[in-house]
Design a protein around this ligand. Structure first.
Ligand code: AMP
Length: 363
């Protein structure tokens, strides 16, 4: 399947990722229709047609599918029933197998491990008894995470020696969890990669990520890691994308851990969508992650991204958005505001990119 200019892409989810996908599509002469249950969706502002309905509303999903040529999504928790209804009418890209693998941390870790890729040691946990067993095997400190619906540090708890396990388990409020060894990482990195319908994979430069209160605060590209580690990280993302038969952009979050023969890489998680750590590509590279995703799902050739320099992306979170006028005056800074209403604590309201250009090439 190949879209032509004027065709319409359906996007599930109306947040800033959907908004930036729609803007990238518009530049390529493609239209977007956004489906979101939230009437205040920032993506609604930049498209002509929007569907405001619940993901369980089968009739709304079918009408939406009739209006579009291909369906994609900006968040990984698309209900599988909704994906099934849509897939009966239109291609859904990335495919439903991707949602099944990445929505559940246990399934995802099993999948990554089956490819021979390293992760933190992990175990399934479904009760206090199995939590105790998992701790015996994995040791402490460890990180307990819900298998589903975790993001930005929600649905997870670090367990240390003196902790009351009954209480930690009760507070997590689920019967389906995973315990991971705590990784003493040097730094956190991610690879944003695109895979085209023809199997071609293009990775952006490895990005280094700094979190505050479990929320991404700053991304820097390129990551300050040896070339061999960067090559390993890109190879891992490529292997994951290929094994999933992926079409679109995905992000693989990884830990860089010190080893006696130099640093190595462990996979933390895979996000089957454009990703906050790839926002720097909007201003810092010849093609953005959003355009790559649109090209991939349109069946068009991927771009070969070239970075313009050393790039820093800073998220404007919650009240930090009030500072946008100052950012507008910073030389070289590019400001992105998502058009969201109330700046609640932890809410991603916008971001700023700064690029230190590469020295000019000698003639
Ligand atoms: P996640 O929701 O899995 O992306 O985790 C959010 C953040 O928690 C990560 O970016 C890390 O900073 C931290 N984290 C998650 N898992 C581990 C782990 N096994 N060891 C150490 N830190 C972790």
């Amino acid at each position: 399947m190949k879209l032509k200019p004027g065709d319409t892409i359906g996007i599930l989810g109306g947040g800033q990722l959907g908004r930036m996908l729609a803007l990238a599509a518009a530049r390529l002469g493609l239209r977007c229709q956004v489906f979101s249950p939230d009437p205040d969706s920032p993506a609604f502002d930049v498209v002509l047609n929007a569907t405001c309905a619940e993901y369980a509303d089968v009739e709304a999903l079918e009408l939406f599918a009739n209006d579009v040529d291909v369906v994609t999504y900006e968040f990984e928790n698309v209900p599988s029933a909704a994906a099934m209804v849509l897939a009966a009418k239109r291609p859904v890209l990335p495919g439903r197998n991707v949602l099944e693998t990445t929505q559940d941390r246990l399934t995802e870790k099993d999948f990554v491990t089956s490819l021979g890729i390293g992760t933190a040691a992990y175990a399934e946990v479904s009760s206090v008894a199995s939590l105790r067993e998992a701790i015996m095997r994995i040791g402490l400190p460890a990180v307990l995470k819900t298998r589903r619906f975790g993001y930005d540090g929600k649905g997870q708890a670090i367990i240390r020696k003196a902790d009351d396990l009954e209480r930690v388990w009760a507070e997590l409020g689920t019967k389906a969890a995973i315990l991971e060894a705590f990784v003493p990482f040097e730094r956190e990195i991610s690879v944003v990669a695109a895979r085209g319908a023809d199997g071609q994979v293009e990775c952006f430069d490895v990005t280094e990520n700094e979190h505050q209160n479990h929320i991404l605060k700053i991304s820097r590209a390129p990551a300050a890691i040896p070339d061999a580690v960067a090559a390993e990280a890109r190879a891992i993302a490529t292997r994951i994308a290929t094994a999933l038969n992926y079409v679109g952009v995905l992000a693989v979050e990884m830990f860089v851990v010190p080893g006696k023969d130099g640093p190595t890489v462990l996979v933390n998680e895979t996000a089957p969508r454009v990703h906050n750590s790839g926002h720097w590509t909007l201003d810092g590279a010849s093609i953005s992650q959003f355009e790559q995703h649109i090209r991939a799902i349109a069946g068009w050739p991927l771009g070969k991204p070239v970075r313009h320099g050393s790039v820093t992306m800073t998220n404007l979170i919650g009240d930090e958005i009030r500072d946008y006028e100052r950012w507008l005056t910073v030389p070289g800074a590019t400001v992105h505001l998502y058009g969201k209403g109330a700046p609640r604590p932890g809410r991603k309201m916008g971001h700023v990119t700064e690029v230190a250009p590469l020295p000019a090439k000698a003639e």
